[in-house]
Design a protein around this ligand. Structure first.
Ligand SMILES: O=c1[nH]cnc2c1ncn2[C@@H]1O[C@H](CO)[C@@H](O)[C@H]1O
Ligand SMILES: [Zn+2]
Length: 387
């Protein structure tokens, strides 16, 4: 009877999920455009390759085309978003709207990534790309604040794993450190493009005491995770979902972790899990079977992420709604995921701690306390009715 009254251990409502302070570590700028913005930007820039010019139909097209069962085909859809993100104005707008949309969804801290090398076709330099995106994020933060929402957005600079610019992009990330950029990433098709090809970039970042994450264990198995951690020294794993291949669950429920899975759990390596995206690329076959349920139970450092809000038709709130429906996730669980993510962010420790203590915990405490007053109100009205 009290299941709809959300205290820490019971089911949050959709509205509470949206209001809960959420932390997002893995979101691609070029995977989160509003469909209407893609249409506007295509028109303004003369981009003629769009499969549809109606925003609703285009949104559906992205979702269906990405729902392909393969990472390679999923990634093909990015040619259209990247195609319309080639000018300063386009980048500022996309970044501004990204910050606004995340704030509207209750995200209080986000690290949003993109590959500067993919935005040079209109003549911008790498530096101009980074500055345009930073400007958009700052504008979006300001607009959100004017509407009573607080969000902080940091950028991660991605290098494409099939290309050969990783060191250059790592240097760029280092140059813009403390100026809007909080770390580095590599992305793109995984099979045939091992992260060890970019060792020079990772070694450079380590020497600079900088932070990086690597897309690993999404479309490719354990060797990719092992290389990302033990050869490249990644601070976090983008996806990392195939770590499940190193975990054995016996019929009687006994769990055995292999050496790599033990290492990941023991070292508290953050896993940037993106369940909806994994269903589309074939990395998992259903939400219920997604390893996030087991990994959470085994206390891996799991975080919940969107990956590509446009292609996967998702948001942080939608991901949590799935987790609530599928695994019975509670407000306490949401807080656990959010604190995990905040602990794993690339901003300085004191700032992470302040976000946890001054924003995240009070936000959940407020949501969890609501049921007390609802109960008082309903008890009062039932007393009045009885009396
Ligand atoms: O799930 C993913 N796995 C690997 N690469 C991805 C994924 N999502 C997006 N990108 C790639 O990252 C680039 C920069 O943002 C995108 O253009 C896309 O090619
Ligand atoms: Zn990704």
């Amino acid at each position: 009877m009290t299941s709809q009254i959300a205290h820490g251990g019971s089911t949050p409502t959709s509205e509470q999920i949206r209001r809960a302070p959420k932390v997002l570590l893995h979101d691609h700028l070029d995977g989160g455009l509003r469909p209407g913005t893609v249409v506007d930007l295509a028109r303004a820039s003369g981009y003629s390759q769009l499969p549809d010019h109606d925003p609703d139909k285009l949104g559906l097209w992205f979702r269906e085309a990405a729902d392909s069962g393969s990472l390679e085909r999923y990634l093909e859809t990015f040619s259209h978003t990247v195609g319309v993100m080639q000018t300063r104005d386009a980048l500022v707008r996309v970044a501004r709207e990204c910050a606004e949309d995340l704030a509207e969804d209750g995200v209080v801290y986000a690290e949003v990534r993109y590959a500067p090398e993919q935005h040079l076709e209109g003549g911008l330099t790498l530096e101009e790309v980074v500055e345009a995106v930073n400007e958009g994020f700052r504008e979006g933060e300001r607009l959100a604040r004017a509407q009573g929402r607080r969000i902080r957005v940091g950028a991660l600079l991605t290098a494409m794993r099939h290309a050969a610019r990783a060191l250059e992009i790592a240097e760029l990330a280092n140059r813009y450190r403390d100026m809007g950029v909080v770390g580095f990433d590599i992305a793109g098709a995984e099979a045939g493009h091992p992260p060890t090809r970019h060792l020079d970039a990772f070694e450079y970042l380590k020497r600079e005491n900088n932070h990086f994450t690597i897309h690993a264990g999404e479309a490719f198995g354990l060797p990719s995770i092992w290389q990302a951690l033990q050869w490249c020294g990644a601070d976090r794993l983008g996806h990392g979902v195939r770590i499940i291949d190193d975990i054995e669950v016996a019929e009687d429920g006994t769990v055995r972790l292999g050496r790599l899975a033990s290492y990941v759990r023991d070292k508290r390596v953050p896993l940037e899990m993106c369940p909806s995206s994994n269903l589309q690329t074939g990395a998992a076959s259903s939400y219920a079977e997604h390893p996030i349920g087991l990994l959470r139970r085994l206390h891996f450092r799991v975080t919940v992420n969107t990956d590509n809000r446009l292609m996967s038709h998702t948001s942080m709130s939608r991901e949590f709604e799935h987790l609530v429906e599928t695994f019975g996730c509670t407000l306490d669980d949401m807080q656990w995921f959010s604190v995990n993510a905040m602990k794993s962010a690339f901003i300085p420790f004191d700032e992470r701690l302040a976000m946890i203590n001054d924003v995240i915990k009070p936000g959940y405490a407020e949501l969890k306390s609501e049921w007390l007053f609802q109960q008082t109100a309903s008890t009062r009205s039932s007393v009045a009715a009885d009396g």
